[in-house]
Structures are given as structure tokens and as C-alpha cells.
Design a binder for this molecule. Structure first.
Ligand code: ATP
Ligand code: MG
Length: 266
């Protein structure tokens, strides 16, 4: 069975004097499981998501990350993505000059192995580097329709001038096309209006079922968990998971905040 395992992960930020941000995080996500990760601002949730994806500024100083039993610490972010790991970022970056369409087409082509050498009976030859435009356009339009995204976004530069909610929807469009085995959604709910949250959640649920995807949903609010039902809820505090339980833990946090967590762990 596919698993994503975070083992005693310790991470610090490159060029920063301060001590580590992640101080021994442990978590196992199996295929098909939905995990919610909640925790106060600055506790290290996004740091965890960057470290999982291989962001170069987040230096792993101890522990390991295993994808299907194999360490991925030595892999670049694009190699991790090719192996089926995906991150919807809390703050998606804009890239001027690169249209959403060409960005998606390049990413999907890489994930599906276009451009790699293929062995044929008549010798080795290079496959086309990109998924055929016609085929891809059809696919991307179908996914955009499900997300109720206007097609004109394809011609715009990646995230440039996108509203907060539009950026989050574009992240989920990537998820739908890249079809990962494990996806981390870092505050995808923040910035979405009430209708958009429902639409995005429906897409995430559908994909999760179709792909039997393992999900890590980072959020501050119970609301998204009304739509995407977590099997486990974890509290992240000062660089590690300090408590795990079922969905009721999110309700307790919503009602009581984090004071009781702080009191327990000072
Ligand atoms: N690139 C960086 N440079 C300096 N400090 C950083 C960097 N990245 C993270 N930190 C620090 O590490 C701590 C954890 O940050 P992180 O973004 O992981 O928190 P978070 O749990 O995602 O918070 P939030 O709920 O506000 O999104 C914070 O104190 C933050 O300032
Ligand atoms: Mg964060």
C-alpha cells in the first residue's frame, strides 16, 4: 500500500541563526486517508509542507521522509512531484510571462513521462516532450468546468492578478490534472468564498475517491472539514504533532482555541 511517512523530521531555515522550526514531526499517511493538520500561527505547518516538497530554503537536519517506503530527501521538488507528491501552496506565487495553460501543460507532461527516452523495437527514440495540445485542451477544459473556472484564465500569466480565491482554485486545477498519490493542501480554504469552498471541496472529494489519494489538509477552521471529512485530526504545536484524534478534535479546537494545548505543553 502507498504511504507517506514523516519520521522524526527536523527542519531549519537556511541562513537563519535561530534553532530549528520542526522539532521531530512524526506522521504516517496511507493511501485513501484524510488527515487534517491544525495549529497556531507560526507553529511550522507550512514549513512541514515545504520540507515535504523539497523547498531548498528548508534544510532537513534530522529524520526522514519516506514515499512508499523510500526516502525522498535526496530528490529535487520536480522529482518528488513526478513520484506523486503534490502541494497546494498557502501563498501561490505569480509567474509573469508564463501562461496558466503552458505551465499546466509542462507540469502534466513531466508528471506523465512525456519527453523521457522510450525503448522501442526499432531502437531508442525520444518521445514528444509535451502532451498533445488537442488532447490536453480537452482535459483541462473539462476540469475547469467542474471547478467553475472561466477558460480565459488559461491565457493569463500564472496567478498574476488572480484574486485570493482564484489562486486557490488554480491550485486545485493543478491537483486535478497532476493526479497525485499524496496531496498537501496548505490553507486552500482561506480566501475562498462560501460557494467556492463547496465547489473546491467537491472536486477534492471526487479526486480523493477516484485516485484513492492520501490527503493532508492544513487548516485553521472546522468549516472545510464539514465538506472534506477527515479520518484523523492532528494538532501541530512548536514544530511537532502534539495530539491526534478523530474529527471531534477539530470541533474542540473551534470551540476552545489553543489555550488548553499551550497549558499542556509548556
Ligand atoms: N523563510 C523563512 N525565513 C525565516 N523564518 C521563517 C521562514 N519560514 C518560516 N519561518 C518561521 O518559522 C515559523 C513557522 O512558520 P510556518 O510558516 O511554517 O508556520 P505556520 O504554522 O504555517 O503558520 P500559519 O498558520 O500562520 O500559516 C515562523 O516563526 C516563521 O516566521
Ligand atoms: Mg502556514
Amino acid at each position: 500500500m502507498n504511504t507517506l511517512e514523516i519520521r522524526d523530521l527536523q527542519v531549519r531555515v537556511a541562513d537563519e541563526e535561530e534553532t530549528g522550526i520542526l522539532k521531530g514531526a512524526n506522521l504516517v499517511i496511507r493511501a485513501g486517508e484524510i488527515h487534517a493538520l491544525m495549529g497556531p500561527n507560526g507553529s511550522g505547518k507550512s514549513t512541514l509542507s515545504y520540507a515535504l516538497m523539497g523547498h531548498p530554503r528548508y534544510v532537513v537536519t534530522g529524520g526522514d521522509i519516506l514515499l512508499n517506503g523510500e526516502s525522498i530527501l535526496g530528490l529535487a521538488p520536480d522529482e518528488r512531484a513526478r513520484r506523486g507528491l503534490f502541494l497546494a501552496m498557502q501563498y501561490p506565487v505569480a509567474i509573469s510571462g508564463v501562461t496558466l495553460y503552458s505551465f499546466l501543460r509542462a507540469a502534466v507532461s513531466a508528471r506523465r513521462g512525456y519527453g523521457q527516452r522510450a525503448h522501442e523495437s526499432d531502437g531508442e527514440h525520444r518521445r514528444s516532450p509535451l502532451i498533445p495540445g488537442r488532447e490536453f485542451r480537452q482535459e483541462v477544459r473539462a476540469e475547469m468546468a467542474k471547478l467553475e473556472m472561466d477558460r480565459t484564465f488559461l491565457r493569463r500569466y500564472l496567478n498574476e492578478g488572480f484574486s485570493g480565491g482564484e489562486k486557490k482554485r488554480a491550485e486545485i486545477l493543478q491537483l486535478a490534472l497532476l493526479k497525485p498519490e499524496f496531496a498537501i493542501l496548505d490553507e486552500t480554504d482561506s480566501g475562498l468564498d462560501i460557494d467556492a469552498l463547496r465547489i473546491v471541496a467537491a472536486s477534492v472529494n471526487r479526486l480523493q475517491r477516484e485516485l484513492n489519494m492520501g490527503l493532508l489538509i492544513i487548516t485553521h477552521y472546522q468549516r472545510i472539514l464539514n465538506y472534506i471529512h477527515p479520518d484523523f485530526v492532528h494538532i501541530f504545536y512548536e514544530g511537532q504533532i502534539v495530539k491526534s484524534d478523530g474529527a471531534k478534535l477539530a470541533k474542540k479546537l473551534e470551540a476552545e482555541g489553543y489555550d488548553w494545548v499551550r497549558e499542556q505543553f509548556v
